[in-house]
Every structure is written in C-alpha cells, then in structure tokens.
Design a protein around this ligand. Sequence first.
Ligand SMILES: C[S@@+](CC[C@H](N)C(=O)[O-])C[C@H]1O[C@@H](n2cnc3c(N)ncnc32)[C@H](O)[C@@H]1O
Length: 231
Amino acid sequence: MELKKISKAFDILSKAYDLISYTMSLGVTIYWRKRLIDESVKLIKSETKYILDLCTGTGDIAIGIYKKSQNQNIKIIGFDASFGMLKKFIEKSPNRENLIPILGDISQMPFKNKSFDISTMSFGARSLFEGEKDFSTYLKEIHRISKRLLNLETSHPKNPIIKALYKSYLYFIIVILGSIFFPHYNREYYRTIMTFPNYERFSEILKQIGYDKVEAIPLFWGMAAIHIAYE
Ligand SMILES: C[S@@+](CC[C@H](N)C(=O)[O-])C[C@H]1O[C@@H](n2cnc3c(N)ncnc32)[C@H](O)[C@@H]1O
C-alpha cells in the first residue's frame, strides 16, 4: 500500500487506535510491547543520548522506554508518517522535552549514518512489507542510521492447531468485528499480518541486509517475535 494511503488510514484510526489495539488483542499486545521495552532498556547505557522509535504510532514504546529508563536525560524520537498518530503521542507524552515526534517516511530519514545506538519498532514492519525487495530497502535505511534494531512483529505459530486457532481468531476479530470499528482498513490490516514472513525468515532477511547478529525471541508459540539485530 502506498504511504499516502497508509498515513491516511492511520490518521482516521488514530483516535481509537489504542482502544482497538488493546481490546482486540485481549491485552496480549500490551505484554508484548512491555517485553520490547524491557529488552530495549537493558541496552541503554549512561552515555546513550538518543533512541529512535520507528513507526511510533501513539508512542507506547517511546513513552514506555522513557519511563523505565534510569537515564532521564535520554531523548527518544518517535518517528511516524501519520500526523494523527503523532498527535496522540504528543497528548499522551509525560515529557515533551525528552519525547520528540518527527513526521516522515522510513524510506528516507533525515539522520546521519549510525546516529542512534538503539532503534525500536513495534507492529510497524508489516506496514513496510510489500514483498522482500521493497522491505529490504526500508531495512537498509534503518540499518544505515542505527547500530541496533529491536523489532516486535506478529509472526506465524508452527504448531498447526495453534496456527489454525490464531488465524481464526484474527479473522473474526479483524475482518468481522473490524468491519464495524475500522472498515476503511480492517482487510488491509489482516492482509499485512498474513503476508508478513515468519520470524525465522525475518531473521535471515535482517542478516542479508547487513546485520551481523540477529537474535529472535518468539512470543506465545510464535504468534509474534522480538528480533534484536546488531553489528
Ligand atoms: C500498526 S501501527 C504501530 C504503532 C505502534 N508502534 C504500536 O506499537 O502500536 C503502524 C504505524 O506505522 C506507521 N508507518 C507505516 N509506514 C510508515 C513509513 N513508511 N514511514 C513511517 N511510518 C510508517 C503508520 O503511520 C502507523 O502509525
């Protein structure tokens, strides 16, 4: 989907995004985001000045890292293509000096090479996935500007029974219930989850684009995974 359409879809969704995301996942995505925040905070050093949260949306990861970090001088940039989502991030932000919203497209970011020790992204990668070639272009840009990427994304459980239950649940919640609450984007949302590579393939892609080491932490039988990619 082209960026204009994605940012418009998230502008419309922004007011209800948190409620839809927390309730439709029965709170599970809150726990998964918390895991990403914990893994990220572990890597913060006293000299870490900036962290970049990509596809920040309404800013849960950026705000969570800021609150958990002992380093209160740290500045966390929330980068996103949707003005509506960033507006929500600003409203939720407990500290507007340290939590900085930037509107832009990940394919061309206004940062110098390796500006960030840590970059994070949650549930954004699949918006960037329209086949592996285009996806790699985005990942190369992320690799250019940051030394480490911590990424949370949905994946595909291996166990056939869990996989069937998970897919049926997602179909019901996103395609059927979603047609009432966010009809402009529900089918596309479901498609991005279904077509995104599994976490093993995602590890390979991250290595192919230049990261030396990639660790994958599967969550809930592989329904999602956190990848930590670094040099
Ligand atoms: C599903 S939301 C995830 C928000 C948040 N990180 C979370 O955990 O809920 C995906 C976000 O990615 C943003 N996005 C999609 N493509 C983008 C791009 N090319 N550049 C910047 N942001 C993009 C959308 O605007 C949207 O806010």
